[in-house]
Design a protein around this ligand. Structure first.
Ligand code: FUL
Length: 626
């Protein structure tokens, strides 16, 4: 598929001073195709001159952006609604979008992106396309419009505004009837992009499944894309788009080697599957633009990474996560591993059932902002703002403020001239001896390095590898106060698990109920876990924790949950039957039935693994009584 905006990938010539000679430098905006037979050197040279569009550049410079997940899930306690929710449940009686935006503004966020429609299909604006919207809810007597209120608040406080519109829609009857649903989706998009002023980011989620009766929806990305460029030319199109790339996890962790000039073909292009397979590239690959990759590639994209993560375990507000707001030290670490790894941070702060951002979240984002202000207020390195045009293997020395203590190094490239640094080292002159403080690979828009605190007379920065002349626009030295507090411990069970017994032959299954998430049970096939709790308990729900560690294979996606008083006759509990977003956000999930089942035995019957594998793993199961 050839998208019209690629025509925009105009090559323009600009004159740029290199050394004392005037030399022509040719840039490629957003996309470059390598000529047939190009050598590796030619490709690397062209890669170095791939640059962002003005909207991509403005997006990158925001650094801190906010996600607002809000909708029917806020009221059901689920992470993915199934579209059958009654709009009557949506009634955020104290909704105050100004409270949201003021909190975000005070915490240094530059843009707010609202889930105008999540997978449940419920629209937060009074759309003409469906009755499944705020217009059918009791909120503001059916006259409310969350999108409008947030837009107005963003204008008042000077924040940019973005919309998340889920392509996957579990309510729309026409979902799976491809042309019909595409038209329906374009109408929704058109309403959002025509009636609410300037939109700076349009976020299309990649999560997607089959429609009713297993019908598969073929999205018309090209038409969606044209709708955006026509109605909101300044907007970037994120995730299922070709302006902004998903970093590959929902943990808030970017890559140390992060190339914005990447060979990963955006998923909305029909050629993406074949090309990415040939290059063995995928969203989670550790390096998407190194030399070896460029050597094999036939084209590159300016496709920078966005790190999306929630301040709480879930994306939507759940009252039982009020104490689970990430600690300041966790959030600061996320900042260093997102903005500090050449990405934009998109931090989710979900409004609660009242329609307000909860006090705990307001407090925490302000703490984060104060911490970042305190850290980066004082550059202890002199003349760090002077442009340094660095070739490979060149060094530059900087003076340091006398007696200044520092533990953080900052380096930035002027990415309007491309991303070029491949590796660098930082040394300090301490008592007359040069000592290495740290090293890194890519720089891009911003790279932060942390190391033990020290004092130095001078700092020496060496660019070891570069694709041509790197334009280092800023270097700095800062002191980041060490933070130690941890996230609050998560309680997985309201009743003690000791004394519980697994029924059945596999004694290893005991590891799923030993109160220790570090141990786990792995079972072949969709083997149920049957547990005797030793005494009758009022079971109001259960928790399922996937295994610890990076390998999440075996994580259960679909299930049935039963209880029994004698271990013979089983009653199926009223539960959604899916751990929704667990594939991308593999955190412990709490399922509440909305009623209590007195029972001595429970059974978790897995129905599907996240990747349809034929085995399951359970880190821990707990029982909820409230
Ligand atoms: C995912 C969704 O499935 C989650 O619910 C959430 O919206 C996250 C930002 O993207 O793919």
């Amino acid at each position: 598929m050839k998208l019209s905006r690629l025509l925009f990938a105009v090559i323009f010539i600009c004159l740029c001073a290199v050394g004392c000679t005037q030399q022509k430098e040719e840039y490629y905006v957003k996309h470059v195709s390598f000529p047939e037979g190009a050598t590796v050197e030619q490709k690397i040279d062209m890669a170095s001159r791939l640059v962002p569009t003005p909207q991509q550049l403005a997006w990158q410079q925001m650094e801190l952006t906010a996600f607002l997940h809000f909708g029917v899930n806020t009221f059901t306690g689920r992470e993915w609604g199934d579209g059958s929710e009654d709009p009557a449940i949506f009634n955020p009686e104290e909704l105050d979008a100004e409270q949201w935006v003021k909190a975000l503004k005070d915490a240094g966020f530059k843009m707010a992106i609202l889930t105008a429609k999540h997978h449940d299909g419920f629209c937060l604006w009074p759309t003409k396309t469906t009755t499944h919207s705020v217009a059918s809810s009791p909120w503001r007597g059916g006259k409310g419009d969350v999108v409008r209120e947030l837009r107005n608040a963003c204008d008042k406080y000077g924040l940019k505004f973005g919309v998340y519109l889920s392509p996957w829609d579990r309510n729309a009857e026409c979902y799976g009837d491809s042309p019909k649903y595409n038209q329906f989706f374009i109408e929704q998009l058109t309403e959002l992009l025509s009636n609410y002023g300037e939109i700076h980011e349009v976020w299309f989620d990649g999560a997607c499944a089959e429609g009713p009766n297993g019908k598969k929806q073929e999205y018309d990305w090209d038409a969606f894309y044209k709708t955006i460029t026509h109605l909101q030319p300044k907007a970037v199109m994120a995730i299922m788009g070709d302006d902004v790339r998903w970093v590959g996890n929902e943990k808030g962790i970017g890559r140390e080697t992060e190339w914005s000039a990447t060979a990963l073909t955006p998923g909305i292009y029909t050629r993406s599957k074949e090309q990415n397979q040939r290059l063995e590239l995928f969203e989670k690959a550790p390096d998407l633009g190194g030399r070896d990759i460029v050597a094999k590639a036939s084209e590159l994209f300016w496709y920078p990474s966005e790190v999306d993560v929630s301040i709480r375990p879930g994306w939507f507000y759940h009252a039982d996560q009020d104490e689970q707001v990430k600690s300041l030290s966790h959030l600061a670490d996320i900042y260093f591993k997102s903005v500090g790894y050449n990405s934009v941070l998109l931090l989710n702060i979900p409004p609660d059932k009242r329609g307000l951002i909860h006090e705990n979240d307001v407090k925490r984002i302000k703490e984060l902002s104060d911490y970042l202000t305190e850290t980066f207020a004082d550059n202890k390195l002199r003349k760090g703002d002077v442009l340094w045009q660095a070739t490979a293997n060149s060094s530059k020395e900087y003076d340091v403020e006398k007696d200044a203590v520092f533990n953080t190094f900052l380096i930035q490239e002027d990415i309007s001239k491309g991303q070029r640094v491949e590796s660098f080292t930082v040394e300090a002159l301490i008592d007359g001896i040069w000592q290495q403080l740290g090293e890194g690979t890519t720089v891009g828009y911003k790279r932060l390095l942390r190391f033990p605190e020290c004092k130095a007379e001078k700092i020496r920065v060496t660019v070891n590898g570069s694709r041509g002349i790197a334009n280092i626009s800023k270097v700095g030295l800062f002191y980041a106060r060490p933070l130690t507090e941890e996230d609050a411990a998560l309680k997985l069970s309201d009743v003690p698990v000791n004394g519980w017994k697994v029924l059945g032959s596999d004694s290893d299954a005991q590891k799923a109920i030993d109160g220790n998430q570090a141990t786990y049970w792995k079972a072949d096939g969709m083997t149920p876990l049957v547990v005797d709790m030793g005494q009758a308990i009022d079971v109001a729900g259960f928790s399922y924790a996937p295994v610890n560690g990076d390998d999440k294979s075996g994580t259960i996606y679909k299930y049935r949950f039963y209880v029994s008083n004698d271990g013979q006759d089983w009653t199926e509990c009223d539960a959604s039957g899916e751990f929704s977003n667990i594939m991308h956000n593999p955190v412990p999930t709490f399922v509440r039935f909305g009623r209590k089942y007195p029972a001595r035995f429970f059974k978790l019957e897995p129905l599907a693994e996240i990747n349809n594998k034929n085995f399951i793993t359970i880190g821990e199961i707990g029982i909820l009584t409230k």
